[in-house]
Design a protein around this ligand. Sequence first.
Ligand code: 13P
Ligand code: SF4
Length: 302
Amino acid sequence: MDIQQLKDTISHLKKEKNAYILAHNYQLPEIQDVADYVADSLGMAKHALSIQNDLIVVCGVYFMAETVSILNPDKRIIIPDTNAGCPLANFAPVEEVRRWRKQYPDYTFVAYVNSSAEVKAEVDICCTSANAIDIVRRVPNNKIVFLPDKNLGRYVQKHVPEKEIVLWPGFCVVHETADLEAILRTKEAHPRALTMAHPECPEEIQEIADGICSTGQMMDFVAKHPETREFIIVTEWGMVYALQKKFPDRLFLEPSHRMECKNMKRITLQKLHDALVEEKFIVKVADDIREKARQSIDKMLA
Ligand code: 13P
Ligand code: SF4
């Protein structure tokens, strides 16, 4: 089947099975096109609570499907490729988190949602890149362990200087490769452009950005700058498609090399099609872990 035939079949299957397709902003353009809802991690988690359909296909990385499953334990949650993991989440194995908890007994543990369900069950509260500053600020304790992303943690520390934040040494392999020289060259060639960078980018990239935004916040940033015609995007390229689709009259520029999350791009139309036909691969979190992880997610949402 070609792309159009696959898209048509998927939309037919979706109706027939009463399925809902929830996708992240980094998904392939054709996946974003067939999805019912495309958002950042926080948007996906919040939206998951209002979905009525019994079958939800999560087009994103594994922890996103786990989060949807934790929030919807009575629904069937599927992911088209179980190998679509998040290398950042792998930086924090649960045994290591337990070891740190013993080492820092009087600290509040804040976990970025890019972490496994087991880790979410082990910490005090979750956050996403869209609400990390807010969450850390509101936690009553002044001593925080932030995991697993050191760049996001450092960004939070700058905005919440009154707290002591211990950073877990993890990072996103995609954002870590953001090319400072290429961004500076693009800025020089487009002096009126505003630069948006994801907070998973290293500090030197954040320093030259006009906006440090979660992928969802990038949408808001463009909407808040109606006079600006050009934006330099320092994040995974699926976001460039999402922005261009929403704002067709603006220009979104990628600094020379394309930032690609290979795991996000594992989800293809063919795999989505097969997932709908066979209702695979089911994502289910064991009850004891789910209940504890849910508390960390609920605290964040509250
Ligand atoms: P957002 O929550 O900003 O969409 O980020 C998720 C992610 O995986 C970034 O690499
Ligand atoms: Fe994980 Fe980075 Fe891919 Fe986001 S871009 S899913 S943090 S590896």
